[in-house]
Design a protein around this ligand. Structure first.
Ligand code: MRU
Length: 358
């Protein structure tokens, strides 16, 4: 495809001084790390069309709640630049088509809708075609810069609670690769590590898409943070043996009640943490809060059955078997010790602390 040029990366992958930039705007193109190729290859893809950005979000080339929000915002900028509209009404019509397509890509992470709504409200506040185009790009660029600042603040807030010599378990990938860079849950770990705290991280594989083994293990190793991989099924065993001091995960959506939507399996980890008296923290920016939905209104994405049926070309289950493949679950507030944000750490009862601070 001519609009999707593969970039190349040369030299050592391990370069602690260089942040992994998951999604960026360069020369009127969206540049993204192809996360489907990790950990084997660090490949950058360039996109000129919003339709291809939408497909990249669906195919998990870019994934993670904040990262898909920023990718979609840049997608809107591509839609604006490529529009041939001469009037602001015609441009807004083109933008609405792009908005609907990008918004339809993944239903659960609220950051996607948050970013797209922000871009649309900037667009509708202007009446001149060139102003609209410029302000969309500026707004998307600001969102990307804010994402990094936010993660660093959130990281510092969370690092304060981490003690020396802790072993911390994380699930899925809430790191650099799920944001523009730096990460949320892994941002906390990075900040603690940078403060000189000695930490060990346990990463779950995170079946079936393996964000833990492919992405979290890769990025913590890249940043020289001590990481060990375990099967998802070993969480209870390790906790029962007293091997885990704390859990920190990210979030795709947090409701006003404190219910947290995150990668499938998070609820099991939280329930086991409660059983073993292990503090269970969620780290997420304010853009992940959805104060208007109720718990039974949020759509949990169901993904293709082939994620369970196949490993490459190898069949892992009998052909034609029924499969249920939800990508997210909901952790109820009573299992959550604290929610780390850029504004500070929210404590229970969440209905009160969220209403007061968010
Ligand atoms: O399906 P994914 O890989 O997009 O799911 C990602 C997660 O569930 C992350 O934990 C979440 O987005 C937090 S990212 C800072």
């Amino acid at each position: 495809m001519p609009h999707m040029k593969k970039g190349k990366i040369t030299g050592e992958l391990k370069n602690k001084s260089k942040d992994l930039m998951t999604v960026e705007w360069k020369n009127n193109q969206v540049v993204m790390i192809d996360q489907t190729k990790l950990p084997g290859k660090l490949v950058f893809l360039r996109y000129k069309k919003y339709e291809d950005v939408a497909r990249a979000i669906e195919r998990l080339i870019v994934r993670g709640a904040p990262a898909i929000g920023i990718a979609a915002a840049f997608g809107m900028s591509l839609a604006a630049i490529s529009s041939k509209a001469k009037t602001h009404t015609a441009l807004l019509r083109d933008l609405k088509i792009a908005y609907d397509r990008l918004r339809s890509t993944r239903p659960t992470a609220v950051n996607l809708a948050w970013a797209l709504d922000k871009i649309m409200s900037v667009a509708t506040s202007k009446t001149n075609v060139e102003d609209i185009k410029k302000s969309i790009l500026l707004s998307a660029l600001n969102m990307a810069t804010d994402d990094i600042t936010t993660n660093k603040k959130l990281g510092l807030n969370g690092a304060g609670i981490i003690g020396n010599d802790e072993v911390i378990l994380t699930h899925c990938n809430a790191g650099s690769l799920a944001t523009v860079t730096y990460g949320t849950a892994l941002g906390v770990l990075r900040a603690a590590n940078d403060m000189g705290k000695k930490i060990q991280v346990i990463a779950t594989e995170t079946r079936p898409v393996m964000q833990g083994s492919r992405l979290t293990a890769f990025e913590l190793d890249y940043y020289n943070i001590d990481v060990s991989l375990i099967p998802d099924t070993a969480v209870g065993y390790l906790m029962s043996k007293g091997k885990i001091n704390r859990v920190i995960v990210g979030a795709d959506r947090i409701l006003k009640t404190g219910h947290v939507y995150n990668k499938i399996g998070t609820y099991q980890v939280a329930a086991l943490s409660k059983r073993h008296n292990i503090p269970f923290y969620v780290a997420a920016p304010l853009s992940t809060f959805d104060l208007s939905s109720n718990v039974n209104e949020v759509v949990i994405e169901e993904r293709n059955k082939n994620e369970l049926m196949k490993m490459g070309n190898k069949l892992l289950a009998p052909k034609g078997i029924k499969v249920f493949n939800p990508a997210f679950d909901v952790t109820p507030p009573e299992l959550i010790t604290g929610i780390i944000t850029e504004k500070g750490i929210l404590m229970p009862p969440y209905e009160e602390s969220i209403a007061k601070n968010i």
